[in-house]
Ligand binder design. Structure first.
Ligand code: GTP
Ligand code: MG
Length: 203
């Protein structure tokens, strides 16, 4: 259970992100997939992370400190077509720099909209994370929009595709910011990793 969540800072440069060595978890995915909404859902706050029905709302690296012990990071979406080419390039640059340079990062949560068939850009991003040895989990969003059978079907198509190039399917979560599905599972997952890291560092 998350008790306290506070906004720390927004940045466009990785070098200016918080220096504190706390375990960090980043939310990434296509624009409008529901990254900021999920962060609000997990932290029980309405407007901690800014959300919008229009894609491209989050434009910076946003750090939130959780229970004084770990960071949650809201990132801009990738693959947002309506910003100009040069803006897009800047986004992509600082997103990739974030993942390459942020040594505190423990796990990336790649959000994908449960309603859609696997998308090239998401698969490419997961591939990129894998090549850079960055652990990630898949978070399916907007589960309130689909019936259980369709949810199962769509997850299966992800599994079929990923298992062609990967040995195992990454951990995954089925969530909805609307009805709070997946909240317990996701929070528990993060807290278990934090406990493990704490134990390791005290050994
Ligand atoms: P960018 O910051 O623009 O990259 O988008 P984002 O990924 O942060 O998405 P955001 O949280 O702003 O949500 C985008 C839209 O999807 C908003 O209109 C949300 O209300 C809606 N939305 C987000 N999560 C859910 C969900 O679980 N269910 C439903 N039905 N709508 C959702
Ligand atoms: Mg956002």
């Amino acid at each position: 259970m998350i008790k306290k969540a506070e906004f720390v800072m927004s940045n466009s440069q990785v070098s200016k992100c918080p220096k504190e060595l706390l375990p960090e978890y980043a939310f990434i995915g296509r624009s409008n997939v529901g990254k900021s909404s999920l962060i609000n859902m997990l932290t029980n706050q309405k407007n901690l992370a800014k959300t919008s029905a229009r894609p491209g709302k989050t434009q910076l690296i946003n750090h939130f400190k959780i229970d004084n012990t770990w960071f949650l990071v809201d990132l801009p979406g990738y693959g947002y077509a309506r910003v100009s080419k040069s803006t897009k390039k800047v986004f992509q640059q600082f997103i990739t720099q974030y993942f390459e340079q942020r040594t505190q990062l423990v796990c990336a949560f790649v959000l994908v909209d449960i309603r859609h068939e696997p998308q090239k850009i998401d698969l490419a991003f997961m591939q990129w994370l894998g090549e850079h040895n960055i652990p990630f989990a898949i978070v399916f969003t907007k589960a309130d929009k689909l019936k259980p059978l369709m949810i199962e079907r769509n997850i299966k198509s992800y599994q079929d595709i990923l298992l062609k190039s990967w040995e195992e399917f990454p951990p995954y979560f089925i969530t909805s910011a609307e009805n709070r599905a997946g909240k317990e599972e996701l929070t528990t997952y993060i807290e278990q990793i934090n406990t493990m890291l704490k134990k390791q560092s005290s050994e």
